[in-house]
Design a protein around this ligand. Structure first.
Ligand code: SIN
Length: 541
């Protein structure tokens, strides 16, 4: 889509959409050789990165450690990890983390060494953390401070990318919608999507409000392929209190010994997996749901995280962010059992890329949660996501520099507001967008949540298509408005998730089909691909 009336553009060498760890890391490399516009949809610190608590998984102890990290990543991914991507992650990881430490990131230390936690499906304690449970916030801070000292990077806050520009099949920039409703055009030699995930397609999510999957929708419109969209990770332990947001209760709590118990105080993971609370994330999430409806209760049973009897951990000091949030609800890690339930957390699929962030559309790159390299397979290993952003953000930047080295230098120019900057949505349009967003979120939670089956998914897809058609009508080209575009993104991503989930007739990793409960050996390393031109098909890689 191109917004008619975009009359003049600002020119930069590189456009980076998204200011989480992947976007920030890429911007730093790109700025070595060109001008960069780094675009944040909200305030620059507001991204999934900021809310990542538990830590960053990295093998800091040499080759044997790296090999083990690779094994754990592949095992957690349940037959769908693309091995070269996982190798890139674990092998590049230590030097990318060392570089970040050199740039000022402060990971927690004890007795002269890094403190390390173990999380689900890790064979050893290898998760570095910062300020206890504020790892993403600290990494974001360190990267932002370095970016801010770079004169070639300009940060544009509170701007939403609403369309990608294409010339002869190549992406050459984007239109950005600002807070006042004006659209600005940006021209760039290469554009990076680092827009994060899409937790907002579900009514229960740990993600912030900005995570509506806009980058995925833009990529689809530009003709790119998405991969593995049926694999959405549900974090087992989000705070489950009526009226409270689904605040993340880090897996590191279980890494330090917290137990999952039902209302009778039974440690029910004993019935589900030998690794108990540290089983792979998909296993723990499903066990919680199953346990909550088991037994002779006439209502859903509460499930709790309980650490009251675990010795040797100073819970409030080790988890200061979590403790402070719980205190707002009158809860304490040391005095109360904490009610939990799964919530949508992380998209394993995304825009299909090679190991250097190249999408299937020239000029368009993707890195971090929005991208699908195959590194996570069907279930991401805990705390591999911040590492993914660092490693693949840097790799994408290298490819963008190499691929554009021979392109003409972009000219600087002023930003001109385009002529189509009038907000034209009516109250009825806005009401429709809000109502259909809520409806789609609820529908996707029940149809494409932790347990799925054909009939429910088909019904949801039909209803979603109807809503999407009306939304398209109300979001007519030339009249962009944020809530309408976000609802369209949710519809586009929801459709891709449903279509891929319908096509995968088996249960694997985070994708559990009640009507196809078995994992099929022939589907090992078979990935779903989705595009507007071809719909869904499978490919082996
Ligand atoms: C957590 O702290 O449990 C979240 C980390 C992750 O998403 O891997």
């Amino acid at each position: 889509m191109t917004i008619p009336g975009s009359v003049a553009a600002t020119h930069v060498d590189f456009l980076v959409l998204g200011a989480g760890v992947a976007g920030l890391r890429a911007a730093l490399s790109l700025a070595e050789q060109g001008t960069v516009l780094l675009v944040a949809k909200d305030a620059v610190a507001e991204s999934n990165t900021h809310y990542a608590q538990g830590g960053i998984a990295v093998a800091m102890d040499g080759d044997a450690d790296v090999a083990l990290h690779l094994e754990d990543t592949i095992a957690a991914g349940d037959g769908l990890v693309f091995r070269p991507a996982a190798e890139a992650l674990v092998q590049d990881g230590p030097r990318r983390v060392a570089e970040l430490i050199e740039w000022g990131a402060r990971f927690d230390r004890e007795d002269g060494d890094w403190m390390r936690t173990r999380e689900g499906a890790h064979s050893r304690a290898r998760i570095l953390h910062a300020f206890g449970d504020a790892t993403g916030a600290e990494m974001g801070r360190a990267l932002r401070e370095r970016v801010r000292t770079h004169r070639k990077v300009r940060i544009a806050e509170r701007q939403m990318a609403v369309a990608l520009h294409q010339q002869d099949g190549r992406v050459v920039g984007a239109d950005l919608l600002d807070e006042s409703g004006q659209v600005h055009s940006v021209r760039a030699k290469a554009t990076l999507l680092a827009t994060g995930g899409a937790g907002q397609i579900y009514c229960e999510t740990t993600n912030p409000a900005v995570a509506t999957g806009d980058g995925l929708a833009l990529a689809l419109q530009a003709g790119a392929e998405l991969a593995d969209m049926e694999f959405y990770q549900f974090h087992p332990t989000a705070l489950h209190l009526a009226g409270a947001p689904r605040f993340l209760l880090s897996e590191a709590l279980r890494g330090e010994g917290a137990q999952l118990v039902n209302e009778r105080g039974e440690r029910f993971m004993r019935r589900h997996h030998p690794l108990l609370e540290l089983a792979p994330r998909d296993v723990v999430a499903r066990a919680i749901v199953q346990e909550s409806v088991a037994g002779d209760f006439d209502r859903q049973q509460e499930i709790y995280l309980d650490m009251r009897s675990v010795p040797g951990v100073a819970w409030n000091e080790r988890f200061p962010t979590i403790s402070a949030v719980l205190a707002r609800y009158g809860l304490s890690l040391t005095k109360n059992r904490i009610p939990v339930y799964p919530a949508a957390h992380y998209l394993m699929g995304g825009v299909r890329t090679d190991l250097a962030g190249r999408t299937t559309v020239p000029g368009l790159y993707a890195a971090g949660e929005v991208a699908a390299t195959g590194v996570h397979g069907a279930n991401r290993l805990a705390s591999n996501s911040l590492l993914e952003g660092l490693v693949f953000g840097a790799r994408a930047a290298e490819a963008m520099l190499a691929d554009t080295a021979l392109l003409p230098v972009a000219e600087d120019g002023a930003i001109f507001a385009s002529e189509c900057s009038m907000l034209a949505a009516t109250d009825a349009d806005r009401r429709f967008a809000a109502e259909s967003t809520t409806r789609m979120q609820q529908m996707l939670w029940s149809a494409a949540g932790l347990f799925r089956e054909e009939a429910t998914m088909r019904r949801a897809l039909a209803e979603l298509e109807t809503m999407a058609a009306e939304l398209r009508q109300r979001c007519r080209a030339g009249r962009p408005w944020r809530e309408g575009l976000e609802a369209m993104s949710i519809a586009a991503v929801g459709r891709a998730v449903l279509q891929c989930a319908l096509a995968r007739r088996e249960s694997r990793g985070a994708h559990a089909r009640l009507d196809h409960p078995k994992k099929l050996a022939e589907n090992e390393n078979r990935h779903t691909l989705f595009s507007l031109a071809r719909g869904v098909h499978f490919e082996q890689w």
